[in-house]
Design a protein around this ligand. Structure first.
Ligand code: NDP
Ligand code: 8X3
Length: 250
C-alpha cells in the first residue's frame, strides 16, 4: 500500500522538487498544497503518481483545518508531513524593516507551520506512527545582519521541531528538522519583491544548493527505517559554512 505524504509549498522550489522526487521514487500518494492553484494543478498533472492538489493559504487557520478535515477518508492516513511553505520578505535593518513583512513571515513560517501540524498530527496519533519534516534554515542557527525576523521565524521552527519531537515521542511520531543554506529557488525573488537583479546577486560567484539537492535530503530522511529518526540536518553548498561564511569567487 502506498504511503500518503503531504507537502506544503509545492508550487515551486523545495516543495515542487520534493513532490517530483517522491513521485519518481514510487510508493507514495501525494497531497500537494500552496496558494497558486494553476501551478498546483499543472504539477499534479505532470507527476507520475496519484496526486491530490489542495489550495490554501497556511496563514488562514480556518482554511487549513477545513482542507484537512474535508480530506477523503483514504487520504487522511498521512504518513509523512513536510512543512515547507515559507518565505522571507525584505532584508532590512531592524529600524528600517516593515512591520507588515514581519507579520507575514511570522504568520507563514511559524503560525502556518503550527496550524498545519495541529491539523495533521492527530491523524498520525490515531495511526500510532508518522513523520513530520520541518524545513528550517541556517538562518535559524545564526542570526545575520538584516535577517532579524526571518531568522527569528526559523529559530522558532528549530524550537518547535525540538518540542514536537519530545511531546510526540509517545505516539511513535518522528520529527526531523532540515536546515538548508542558500538555495537557488524563487526564495530571493520573493524576498526582494520581484527585483530580479537583487535576487540574482545572491547566487553570483558560487554554486548554491539546488531545489533538487534539498529534495534529496528530505527523501533521505524520510526513507530511514521505522526505528531510525534523523533529528536534524544542516545542509549548505560547499561554498557556505554558515550564515556568515560564504566564499564567493572574485
Ligand atoms: P520558494 O519561494 O521557491 O517556495 C516557497 C513555497 O512556499 C511556494 O510553493 C509558496 O507557494 C509557498 N508559500 C509561501 N507562502 C505561503 C502561504 N502563505 N501559504 C501557502 N503556501 C505558501 O522558496 P523555497 O523553496 O526556497 O523555500 C521553501 C522553504 O525553505 C521556506 O520555508 C524557506 O524559508 C526555506 N528555506 C529556503 C532557503 C533558500 O535559500 N531558498 C534556505 C533555507 C530555507 P504559493 O506562493 O503558491 O503559496
Ligand atoms: C534562507 C537562507 O541565508 O538567505 O533561509 O537566510 S538565508
Amino acid at each position: 500500500m502506498n504511503k500518503i505524504i503531504l507537502i506544503t509549498g509545492a508550487t515551486s522550489g523545495f516543495g515542487e522538487a520534493t513532490a517530483r522526487k517522491f513521485a519518481a521514487a514510487g510508493g507514495y500518494d501525494i497531497i500537494i498544497t500552496g496558494r497558486r492553484k494553476e501551478k498546483l494543478e499543472a504539477l499534479a498533472a505532470s507527476l507520475p503518481a496519484t496526486v491530490l492538489p489542495l489550495t490554501f493559504d497556511v496563514q488562514d487557520k480556518t482554511a487549513v483545518f477545513t482542507a484537512i478535515d474535508q480530506l477523503p477518508a483514504a487520504w487522511k492516513k498521512i504518513a509523512l508531513l513536510i512543512n515547507n511553505a515559507g518565505l522571507a520578505l525584505g532584508r532590512d535593518l531592524f529600524e528600517d524593516a516593515s512591520l507588515d513583512d514581519w507579520e507575514t513571515m511570522l504568520d507563514t513560517n511559524v503560525k502556518g507551520l503550527l496550524y498545519v501540524s495541529k491539523a495533521v498530527t492527530p491523524l498520525m496519533i490515531t495511526q500510532k506512527k508518522g513523520h513530520v519534516i520541518n524545513i528550517g534554515s541556517i538562518a535559524g542557527k545564526e542570526v545575520y545582519e538584516k535577517g532579524n525576523v526571518y531568522c527569528a521565524s526559523k529559530y522558532a521552527v528549530d524550537a518547535i521541531s525540538k518540542a514536537m519531537r519530545i511531546d510526540l515521542l509517545k505516539h511513535h511520531i518522528k520529527v526531523t528538522a532540515i536546515h538548508p543554506g542558500a538555495a537557488d529557488t524563487e526564495f530571493s525573488k520573493v524576498r526582494f519583491k520581484g527585483d530580479k537583479s537583487q535576487a540574482d546577486k545572491i547566487y553570483e560567484g558560487y554554486t548554491p544548493l539546488s531545489a533538487e539537492d534539498v529534495a534529496d535530503a528530505i527523501y533521505y530522511c524520510a526513507a530511514t527505517p521505522p526505528h531510525v529518526c534523523i533529528n536534524e540536518m544542516n545542509i549548505t553548498c560547499t561554498a557556505q559554512a554558515n550564515s556568515f561564511y560564504l566564499h564567493k569567487d572574485a
